[in-house]
Structures are given as structure tokens and as C-alpha cells.
Design a protein around this ligand. Structure first.
Ligand code: PNW
Length: 534
């Protein structure tokens, strides 16, 4: 019964936290040796963002990161998903280009600060900010021979620098968006498209599919390196995260039922089927013919099984009708209007999003039944309509977003306890309002409101809701929450619980010893904490 599952708890090792991405929050694009990413100039080009604003400052998190970590601690999260900017680590991006120690230092300090607050770093290696020089040098994601090697070297540098402390890696964020929005529709960097009003260069009929293949291969090559060289000692998990919304037939006519599957095949199966099953969905081949770039036998061997878990970003549900000429949606028309004229759910600020939690449950079931791997929900969220133009008090009282999360958290319990889906993590998007790509700053997805004039952060009602919900719906952890005393705030109480394992006792002993006695004290605490977590 539904009521039954809603009183059950999520297990203590369930991971929840908030997510962000480097280009959307960091700003400081020209400091400490950072090279340009291809979003720098793209976002500065007139007409590319809705409000004409760019990522030069964003939420200023390169400077304000300590404040952000403090906020996460106040929210009581178990984890923080953030991404590393490739061009801070290797400013020119390539495998023979120099590494930037300042870039390594920045993320290293962030990781240490998170661990000190007992927050698990969940790290994305690529969230859309390709070093500009790789795009100029050889076409970036279009060039298989070069990009696979350069990406793999970048990933290895990160594993080497951070893998002693990072145990969860995501290779790529949303390959569908990288390929389709960047090289098909041309709305994201590098903005290539067949539409000559939009771009002087590009071929939307071939390039997105080539980019998709190259992203998959780069991901798989980095995973191979991790598993062979780093995992034996570092013992982390690595995978990819795919965007994908539930695709529901508009009605029960056979062509619309088939259309919904076609939409899933192109939105999700394009990447998930090769990675988890070892081949493209047959419909991709049927739709694209020779334009679908094949994998060699050796390549498919590399790709199949290259993700330890299913990483899922999902926001909404589409009603699907056969027809139309949009290959990027699998030749399927999407609508939110049901046959009886009613809307599927509450409309968000962006046209592509309505609130429909039942679709989230269906998607979790579909992915679990098709791929049989634990699911990490790495993004899920809602942008309240017109939030940007509301007075602050009204924006903070974000009832539509609270309603959205009431639905998705309810479904999380139902999928776990009624349907038997193995969901291991949940990361609402996003910790902060931030640079929402082509939307600029007018679309706000944050659980925390950012006043862009002052960079002051204000928790929204939805953040309070989620903090409370997870406190009430998760088994108490015997993990190290008692080791580091959390900051007290109106959002979280300090924890003084003493975990009961020998490792925890060790960690507490070291943590409470006089700091001056042992210079390696912090390192020992971290080691003990990791023993507990892993
Ligand atoms: C994701 N769509 O992007 C990204 O991972 C985030 O960086 C982003 O801020 C967030 O979702 C909210 O948009 C998407 O058009 C962008 O369907 C566009 C779509 C989906 C996801």
C-alpha cells in the first residue's frame, strides 16, 4: 500500500545533496591561470543568452566557495555534486599541455573543506566547459582521434590529484545536451548548426551523432584508465550521467505507444544502450541509417559495461505523439496538453518543464528494469515561473518548487519500497540560483536564492523542506556525523552522536587530540573517515 511505503525510511547509506557545475557558479574566468572554455566567448556573444549576460561572475563561487560549503553544512547534506573546470586544471586542455597547480589547489582545498564538514565530494569531470583551445585546435568533440586522448589525460590528472579523497566520479554530464544542443540546435556552445541564421558552420544532420559517439568513447577510455590504474588503490565508483525525461504515450493508440519508445531510444538509449547493453537501440539505426557512426568491435568492448551505476538527470515528462521531423526527439512530437485539454502539471519558467512526479516513478522503473544497475539521481529540479521578477520575500516562499519536491520525494519512497528499485542517491538541482546557460540568469533553479547585485545567498522554503524531509525519512547514520560537529543553524542541529565502530573511535580520538601534537592529524582523521564511508 502507498501509505505503508511512505512511512518507511531510506537506508542510512543513501546519499543526498545538492548539485552545481563549474561554469554556472564559479565566475573568475581569468584568474589563477585558468584557460578559456568555449562557453566564455559564446556566452559573451550578443544573442546567445536570453538576458545578454555571461559567466564572468556567475555566483562568484570561485571566491565565495567557503561560504557555499558552510551553506551545504547548514543544509545537512551528505554530499555535494560539483564539476571541475578542465581549463583550470589544464588551461590549454591537451595531453601535452602544462598542468596548472593553482587549478589543482582550488579543487583540492574545496574537497578538503567538504570532507572536514563530513560532506562526500561527488565530482563531475565534464559539465560542458571544453577548453576553447581544443575547439580551435582540432574541432573539440568532433575529432575522435584527439579528444579521446586529451580527455583521458585530463581525467587521469584529476584521479591522480583528487582520487585519494574523491570516491564518486561522473565522467560526463548529459551527452545528449552536449551533442544536440551544442552541435544540432546550436543553442549551447559551440553553437554549431545547419541553421545559417544561427551559425556560419555546422551540419545538424551529422555532427551531433559524431559528437555523441566521441563523448561515449572518451568516457569509456577514462573509465578504463580509472579501473586499471587508480581504482585498485582508490576504490571509488565511476560512471556517466545521462539526461532523460519520462516519455509517455499521448493516448493508447499503437503509433503513439511506439512513439514514446522511440523518444526514449533517442533521449536515453542512444547513450545508455551502448554503455550498458553494448549496442545502439535498433531505432537509432532505422532513423539515421549510415549517419549513425558505428563503433568498431574493439570500441564496443571498451564501451560496454563502462559505468558502475546508472547516473540519471531528470526533470519532467513529455506526452508523445508520432510525427514531426525532429530527429533529436526521435521524430516524435512532445506536448504537455492531455487529449482532454488539461495540462500535465504546473508549468515552470522554462517551456520544457512541467511538474509530474508520477513520470519520475515510471522512469525509475523503466531504467531499473532495462539496465539492472543501482540508480544515482544526480539532478532533479524546478524553476518557478517568473521567480526572477518577484520581490525577494515572495521568491523565497517558493511553493511551486516545494510542491515539486514533495512529489519527487514521495515517489522516491514508493519506487524504493513498493517497486524495489535500487536508488542510491538524490541530488536536487541546484544548490544556488546560477548561470542557466542560454537562459542567462532569468531562469532560477536554485534551492538558495542569489541576489546577483550583492552575491548574498538566501535559503528558499524548498531548501528547508528538503533538509527536514531527509532528516525525517532516512535511517540515522552510523557514519561519521559525530566526528565533525556540524555548524548549528536554524536549518540543522549540531550532531553529537558517537558512532560505534573501532574506526570511529580512532577518528574521534585523533580529532579530539591537541592539534599541535601531531601535524598529520587532519590526514589521519580523513583516512579514518574514509574507512568509515567506504
Ligand atoms: C541540465 N532540456 O540541463 C544541466 O545539467 C544543468 O546544467 C542545468 O542547469 C539544468 O539541467 C537545468 O536546465 C538541461 O532542454 C538543459 O530538456 C536543457 C534541458 C535539459 C537539461
Amino acid at each position: 500500500m502507498a501509505s505503508d511505503s511512505l512511512t518507511k525510511l531510506l537506508p542510512k547509506d543513501f546519499i543526498w545533496g545538492f548539485a552545481t557545475a563549474s561554469f554556472q557558479i564559479e565566475g573568475s574566468t581569468d584568474v589563477d591561470g585558468r584557460g578559456k572554455s568555449f562557453w566564455d566567448d559564446f556566452s559573451r556573444t550578443p544573442g546567445k543568452t536570453l538576458d545578454g549576460r555571461n559567466g564572468d561572475v556567475a555566483t562568484d563561487s570561485y571566491k565565495l566557495w567557503k561560504e557555499d560549503v558552510e551553506l551545504l553544512a547548514q543544509y545537512g547534506v551528505k554530499s555535494y555534486r560539483f564539476s571541475i573546470a578542465w581549463s583550470r586544471i589544464i588551461p590549454l586542455g591537451g595531453r601535452d599541455d602544462p598542468i596548472n597547480p593553482k587549478g589543482i589547489e582550488f579543487y583540492s582545498k574545496l574537497i578538503d573543506a567538504l570532507l572536514e564538514k563530513n560532506i562526500i565530494p561527488f565530482v563531475t569531470l565534464y559539465h560542458w566547459d571544453l577548453p576553447q583551445s581544443l575547439h580551435e585546435r582540432y574541432g573539440g568533440w568532433l575529432n575522435k582521434e584527439e579528444i579521446v586522448k586529451d580527455y583521458t589525460r585530463y581525467a587521469k590528472v584529476c584521479f591522480e590529484a583528487f582520487g585519494d579523497r574523491v570516491k564518486y566520479w561522473l565522467t560526463m554530464n548529459e551527452p545528449w545536451c552536449i551533442s544536440i544542443l551544442g552541435y544540432g540546435r546550436g543553442v549551447f556552445a559551440p553553437g554549431r548548426s545547419s541553421d545559417r541564421a544561427r551559425s556560419p558552420e555546422g551540419d545538424s544532420s551529422t555532427e551531433p551523432w559524431i559528437v555523441g559517439r566521441n563523448v561515449i568513447l572518451s568516457h569509456a577510455s577514462a573509465v578504463k584508465a580509472y579501473r586499471e590504474i587508480f581504482k585498485p588503490a582508490q576504490k571509488g565508483q565511476i560512471g556517466i550521467t545521462l539526461n532523460g525525461d519520462w516519455q509517455m504515450p499521448y493516448d493508447d493508440s499503437p503509433e503513439n505507444v511506439a512513439a514514446a519508445q522511440h523518444a526514449l531510444d533517442v533521449a536515453i538509449g542512444w547513450f545508455a544502450d551502448p554503455i550498458y547493453l553494448g549496442h545502439y537501440p535498433p531505432y537509432m539505426r532505422e532513423m539515421l541509417g549510415s549517419r549513425l557512426p558505428e563503433f568498431s568491435e574493439q570500441e564496443i568492448e571498451l564501451v560496454k559495461g563502462s559505468s558502475d551505476f546508472y547516473g540519471m538527470n531528470t526533470y519532467t515528462t513529455n506526452l508523445c505523439r508520432a510525427g514531426g521531423d525532429d530527429e533529436f526527439q526521435g521524430l516524435v512530437d512532445y506536448t504537455f496538453t492531455r487529449p482532454d485539454g488539461t495540462q500535465l502539471g504546473k508549468q515552470a519558467h522554462c517551456a520544457w518543464l512541467q511538474d509530474y512526479p508520477e513520470g519520475f516513478r515510471s522512469l525509475l522503473n523503466y531504467l531499473w528494469n532495462r539496465y539492472h544497475l543501482p540508480i544515482y539521481v544526480t539532478e532533479n529540479g524546478f524553476a518557478v515561473k517568473d521567480e526572477d521578477t518577484m520581490p525577494l520575500e515572495q521568491a523565497l516562499n517558493d511553493t511551486d518548487r516545494v510542491h515539486y519536491f514533495e512529489g519527487t520525494t514521495r515517489v522516491l519512497l514508493q519506487a524504493t519500497h513498493e517497486d524495489g528499485v535500487d536508488v542510491k542517491a538524490y541530488f536536487p538541482w541546484s544548490l544556488l540560483d546560477n548561470f542557466e546557460w542560454a537562459d542567462g540568469y532569468v531562469t532560477r533553479f536554485g534551492l538558495t536564492y542569489v541576489d546577483y547585485d550583492t552575491q548574498k545567498r538566501y535559503p528558499k522554503q524548498s531548501a528547508r523542506f528538503l533538509t527536514k524531509w531527509f532528516k525525517e525519512h532516512q535511517e540515522e547514520s552510523s557514519s561519521p556525523s559525530g566526528i565533525y560537529k556540524r555548524g548549528t543553524s536554524s536549518l540543522s542541529e549540531s550532531s553529537t552522536k558517537v558512532p560505534g565502530t573501532p574506526e570511529a573511535a580512532d577518528a574521534i580520538k585523533i580529532a579530539t587530540s591537541k592539534p599541535s601534537k601531531d601535524p598529520s592529524r587532519l590526514k589521519k582523521i580523513k583516512q579514518a573517515v574514509w574507512k568509515l564511508i567506504c
